[in-house]
Ligand binder design. Structure first.
Ligand code: NAD
Ligand code: WQD
Length: 342
């Protein structure tokens, strides 16, 4: 590692969260120095200990709101090369009942943070967007030029609004701020060490944490939402990618920004393959040898039938592809669940 590598400080907002914690590990392994800002509203302080056990060294951490300009001064006291902005609220259902919270934290904080980055002369920004911006896809797989549909939830709207805001910020910065918008498909799994993973608070809304909690006996069974969709086996299709693959995509995006100063692009991040809910259950059983208690129930309101990524732009420009299989992702998710609730 060169001297320069050790000084490549990267602000990671939401770095104690699910995707941010894995990305902090991947950044360090790639020679960057993550600076984690997370006020722990949806994570726990022991995530930091997990990151540090994996890395065998300490990581700079500030337990503050990333939109609090006064509290953020400490971060910008020393040069910051780039930022990865994960911090947001992400529960689709909650966004319907508390839209103001989502507009305030997801759009408001992104706006304030982007202003701080520009004032501090930070050159690169990687933003956590979502495949939710595409809504019900008109053609599969979904490429980045697919139409952005009217948002199905306040949460989805905040991602679309942030993408628009960042387009204006990019123009205003006149080449001084490069931006990568990363549209994640369905991140699952955990670090293979089981030191860090997803920490759903309350009843999980997402498939994989609900599935692993059902297998662990914390829930009676998984309800498969709908078995009458026009798909091969009647259940919904999604593109599930391992969170460590996703973390590595952030490193690739930063490296691409370093090589393409002032650029702005959106990238789909997925495996490129759709898997049905039934296929996820079978893959979990194959990976772990444990049966998944489940039943088939009604469709969940707001679910799209099928969506999976055309991730060829990320492959061509970032040199990034997923490496881990669905079975590996589910096996790692299970090891993490076992550690959480043995
Ligand atoms: P997460 O809730 O695990 O992590 C987000 C972290 O941000 C949490 O640790 C929380 O405490 C922190 N945070 C929130 N607001 C903050 C603020 N104002 N200041 C400081 N810290 C704050 O979520 P995640 O799954 O890791 O998601 C990360 C990002 O990726 C989010 O922007 C989310 O919308 C986006 N995303 C997630 C998924 C998914 O399925 N997990 C899919 C697409 C996009
Ligand atoms: C996956 C599949 C469900 C739970 C959500 C957000 C999206 C993005 C990723 C942030 C669907 C089925 C689920 C259960 C089930 N997040 N399912 N039983 O809905 O694709 O996307 O997370 O940007 O914005 O909407 O993910 O994990 O909730 O569902 O059958 O108990 O599993 O119907 O087909 P989804 P999910």
């Amino acid at each position: 590692m060169s001297q320069d590598d050790t000084t490549k400080r990267i602000l990671v907002t939401g770095g104690a969260g699910f995707i941010g914690s894995h990305t902090a590990v991947a950044l360090t392994e790639a020679g960057y120095t993550p600076v984690i800002v997370d006020d722990l509203r949806n994570s726990r302080p022991d995530v930091l200990a997990g990151i540090e056990r994996i890395l065998g060294k300490s990581v700079e951490f500030h337990a503050v709101d990333c939109s609090d300009e006064a509290a953020m001064k400490v971060v910008f006291d020393r040069p910051v090369l780039g930022a990865i902005h994960f911090a947001a609220d992400k529960a689709v259902g909650e966004s319907v009942t508390s839209p103001e919270k989502y507009f305030s934290n997801n759009i408001g904080a992104t706006s304030k943070l982007t202003h701080m980055l520009r004032m501090a002369g930070v050159q690169h920004l990687v933003f956590s967007s979502s495949c939710t911006v595409y809504g019900e896809a008109v053609a599969l797989p979904v490429g980045e030029s697919a139409p952005i549909q009217p948002a199905a939830s306040p949460y989805g709207f905040t991602k679309q609004a942030c993408e628009t805001l960042l387009g204006y910020s990019h123009a205003a910065a006149e080449g001084q701020l490069g931006i990568a918008l990363l549209r994640y498909f369905n991140p699952i799994g955990a670090h293979p060490s089981a030191e860090i993973g997803e920490l759903p608070i309350g009843t999980p809304a997402n498939l994989v944490p609900f599935l692993t909690q059902s297998v662990a006996g914390l829930r009676p069974e998984l309800t498969v939402f709908g078995s009458d969709y026009p798909t091969a086996d009647g259940t919904c299709v999604r593109d599930y990618l391992h969170v460590c693959d996703l973390a590595e995509a952030h490193v690739a995006a930063l490296q691409w920004l370093e090589q393409n100063n002032g650029a702005m692009e959106a990238f789909n991040l997925g495996t490129g393959t759709g898997s049905s809910v039934k296929e996820v259950i079978s893959a979990f059983e194959a990976a772990t040898g444990r049966p998944v208690p489940h039943r088939f129930g009604a469709r969940r309101s707001g679910d799209v039938t099928a969506i999976y990524a055309d991730a060829s732009k990320a492959a061509n420009l970032l040199g990034w592809k997923t490496k881990r299989s669905l079975e590996q992702s589910l096996g790692d998710a299970w090891r993490w669940q076992e550690k959480l609730a043995p």
